[in-house]
Ligand binder design. Structure first.
Ligand SMILES: Nc1nc2c(c(=O)[nH]1)N[C@H]1C(S)=C(S)[C@@H](COP(=O)(O)OP(=O)(O)OC[C@H]3O[C@@H](n4cnc5c(=O)[nH]c(N)nc54)[C@H](O)[C@@H]3O)O[C@H]1N2
Ligand SMILES: Nc1nc2c(c(=O)[nH]1)N[C@H]1C(S)=C(S)[C@@H](COP(=O)(O)OP(=O)(O)OC[C@H]3O[C@@H](n4cnc5c(=O)[nH]c(N)nc54)[C@H](O)[C@@H]3O)O[C@H]1N2
Ligand SMILES: [Mo]
Length: 717
């Protein structure tokens, strides 16, 4: 038996490190270690990004570190039962099975899978490239990467809000940083800007806490952001509020864009978006006249078939108003002096890249991120090539990927499924091999290569738990065992040393330095131009035209929408899924009492009039149904919603419910679909803006553990 406690690897003391409880923020924290365990975790006031901010997930990490249900040792499943094995046995088993599969079917038959961009991901993608597989499962198609990839093409990289440059106005669009601290942003930055007097515009179908504070809130119809942004661009152009110098000197195709905008009417924008012209015109005028102003946008605009063109329309607004790469605007920060993640590993051989599924989703194809339905289909049908094995590092695919039933079928038909996780999740239950992962308190690493604010910081190992290993350690071991090119380091620390060479630091030295940042320069396009064929900001993209796609943003109705009467008759409500709630990252944390007490059950927001019509009161369990299936969440009445819109939470499964079916009860991805029509360039699925119906749940439909006495466990505080 391994020791049940987490063992400190450092003496008692206080340690600066980088949190990773949510996969995104990398907030600076100080972990206090007393008597060999975590006595507290607090925000680091000196952190230049998070400024002392800390959230419930970070604090609950101490509970996570010693949670009795954590996986302690590698396990192999024989039929229905698991046996603990040594790392040696587990890794030999995996390596030999993978080599067999590669030999028989080619490397593309081995899929690697992960979720949101956690900072070890470059190890996984490096492993995939070295192995030679283009079969990558992640969330890139509808999360962040549409923004990043389009921005790389048009302006070099994602231009993010320069909070340090004091924006005079922030337009938060399809993002809710108060709950989500997404990507490179931490809410404290926005809070700081608002305290310093910045104006606030919020574009969101829900009146979030942030929207309630806004000077202007635009209650857009889900999935129509591209039309709204075009409407605002039209106001700015018609009223001559654009930045003439930027447009004349640094952009091209403005006349084409102007003609494009003339081709749409304000009446059409109002009808499509359900936002009054007077409201969006006011927002457009403010955004164009307050200097500097910045757009802080999020996945709210990307999880539907208009993803990339919505991103494009938002970039157009930034460029039109001259807010690109100026202090306090949207800035393309230069990266820190650390070797970019992908340069540490060999590239995917060209012949293998050619095999990437879904060439028609051209932008996703270019970066080897096939839409997931093509991978599930390949597993299930063997076409266009068989996929036989999958290595899942940090993803509870059964709960967080659209069309969960299909995901289950696909995962269940693999010859080899390896899952690396902290807990026995519903996805892990399907695995043949389960490996115990180390949490952020148990690993060394550079946090976070991919953030666009240009900072990286040191995350240090403070504990070990059971036999858990970091993902990087596991991948390094596996790559070496399989003899993959590039997997040459004897330890993760050696790789970190190599990554830090441009800064002239070793890992140990970086631990003392704590942080690095790239040089901050503005208006870099004046010297460097833009990375487009014309060298200018292209209001009409030549690259998109060359690929055969519309070169300027346009709107498409989602496949299910009020405009489609056949669906709307049976499923009259518009469903958005996955708006973030602070206590949970995706499907994580449901077993942590600290977090469950804050938010015990999933909630679906409904307008009181809609609720009254179906006899539902606040707090009732309701059934939410789409053409794909049915789930249960609790009604939360919200008078500020469009009465036709409901908003359900994502990521729900119940560790406390016995049996294998707990992932079905409230998992919103039972309701979503993964099949076309998707975003034409990135293959984003329609997670926000589908049609559903809601009714009261019958008492017998709700498992005993979630009502009555089971609930008492979490209702105590
Ligand atoms: N309907 C709907 N679905 C959505 C969304 C939505 O808004 N609506 N959002 C989508 C988006 S934007 C994203 S990015 C995805 C997020 O999805 P993911 O990032 O895939 O999140 P999870 O599926 O919860 O997977 C995380 C799992 O990894 C484990 N884990 C956490 N950290 C580590 C680690 O460091 N190492 C290892 N080995 N395991 C770890 C956790 O215990 C958990 O089981 O969900 C997507 N799904
Ligand atoms: N606590 C917590 N934090 C997280 C996560 C988590 O699961 N929990 N997940 C992480 C991940 S993977 C991501 S990608 C980020 C996402 O974080 P954000 O980018 O901030 O996105 P969300 O909070 O998912 O959604 C933002 C808002 O979009 C609105 N919205 C929904 N549909 C539409 C629409 O069609 N148009 C517009 N304009 N708005 C819409 C929702 O009402 C919501 O308030 O958060 C990260 N941080
Ligand atoms: Mo995400």
């Amino acid at each position: 038996m391994s020791d049940p406690r987490a063992i400190p690897v450092v003496p008692d003391g206080s340690y600066r490190t980088a949190c990773r409880a949510c996969a995104h923020g990398s907030c600076g924290v100080i972990v206090h270690v007393r008597n060999g365990s975590v006595s507290s975790i607090e925000g680091d006031p000196e952190d230049p990004v998070s400024h002392g901010y800390i959230c419930a997930k970070a604090i609950a990490s101490a509970e996570m570190l010693r949670h009795p249900n954590r996986i302690r040792r590698p396990m192999i499943r024989d039929g229905g039962s698991w046996r603990e094995v040594s790392w040696e046995e587990a890794m030999d088993f995996i390596a030999s099975r993978l080599l067999e599969i590669r030999e028989k079917y080619g490397p593309e038959a081995i899929a690697v899978a992960t979720g949101t961009n956690r900072d070890f991901n470059h190890w996984l993608y490096g492993f995939a490239s070295a192995l030679g597989t283009p079969t990558v499962v992640n969330a890139a198609n509808e999360c962040y990467i549409p923004r990043v990839t389009l921005s790389r093409m048009l302006v070099g990289d994602l231009p993010v809000v320069d909070y340090e440059g004091n924006p005079g106005l922030v337009m938060v669009w399809g993002a809710n940083p108060m709950e989500s601290n997404p990507d490179e942003y931490v809410y404290s930055q926005l809070e700081g800007a608002l305290r310093r007097g910045a104006r606030l515009v919020v574009v969101d179908p829900r009146r979030t806490q942030l929207a309630a504070r806004a000077d202007i809130w635009l209650r857009v119809r889900p999935a129509t952001d591209v039309a709204l942004a075009l409407g605002m661009a039209k106001v700015i152009v018609e009223e001559g509020l654009y930045d003439r110098e930027f447009v004349e000197k640094y952009s091209c195709c403005f006349e084409e864009f102007r003609a494009h905008l003339s081709g749409i009417s304000h009446a059409w924008v109002e009808e499509v978006t359900r936002v009054a012209r007077s409201d969006y015109a006011r927002a457009a005028r403010e955004y164009a006249s307050v200097k500097p102003a910045a757009i802080h946008w999020g996945v709210g605009v990307e999880q539907n078939l208009n993803a990339v063109y919505a991103d494009y329309a938002l970039l157009d607004l930034v460029a039109l108003t001259g807010n690109l790469d100026v202090p306090g605007g949207n800035v393309v920060f230069d990266p820190p002096p650390v070797r970019p993640s992908d340069s540490l590993f060999p590239k995917l051989p060209a012949a293998q890249k050619e095999k990437t599924l879904g060439r028609e989703y051209r932008m996703a194809w270019e970066i080897t991120r096939p839409p997931l339905y093509l991978i599930w289909d390949a597993i299930l049908t063997g076409r266009p090539y068989p996929v036989k094995a999958m290595l899942v590092f940090a993803a509870n695919l059964l709960v967080t990927r659209p069309n969960s039933e299909k995901v289950r079928k696909a995962l269940s038909s693999l010859d080899l499924l390896v899952v690396v996780d902290f807990f026995m999740t519903p996805t892990a239950k399907l695995a043949h091999v389960l490996l115990p992962a180390a949490t952020w308190l148990e690993q060394d690493g550079i946090a976070d290569y991919r953030k666009h604010h240009g900072y990286v910081s040191a995350r240090r190992r403070l504990f070990r738990f059971g036999e858990a290993r970091s993902d990087a350690e596991i991948l390094l071991d596996l790559g070496r065992r399989m003899g993959l090119p590039g997997f040459k380091w004897a330890s993760v620390e050696e790789a970190l040393d190599e990554a830090l060479k441009p800064a002239g630091l070793t890992w140990k030295e970086f631990l003392r330095v704590g942080r690095l940042r790239g040089p901050v320069k503005y208006r870099k396009y004046v010297e460097r131009g833009f990375p487009t064929p014309s060298g200018k900001y292209e209001f009409s993209s030549r690259q998109l035209a060359e690929w055969g796609f519309p070169p300027m943003p346009f709107f498409r109705e989602p496949p299910e929408s009020p405009a489609n009467p056949e669906v709307a008759r049976e499923y009259p409500l518009i469903l958005i899924t996955g708006a973030r709630r602070l206590p949970y990252m995706a499907s994580e944390g449901r077993q942590l009492e600290k977090l469950r007490r804050l938010h015990p059950y999933p909630e679906v927001e409904i307008h009181p009039d809609t609720a009254a019509r179906i006899g539902v009161s606040d707090g009732d369990w309701v059934a939410i149904e789409t053409r794909r299936g049915r789930i249960f969440q609790k009604a939360r009445l919200n008078p500020w919603l469009d009465p036709q819109v409901v908003s359900a939470e994502y990521g729900w499964w119940y560790p406390e419910v016995e049996g294998d079916e707990s992932w079905r009860i409230s998992n919103v991805n039972i309701l979503t679909d993964d099949s076309p029509p998707l975003d034409p360039l990135m293959g984003a699925t329609n997670l926000r803006g589908l049609m559903c119906r809601v009714r009261r749940a019958e008492p017998w439909e709700i498992p005993r553990e979630l009502s009555g006495e089971g609930r008492a466990k979490y209702a105590g505080t």
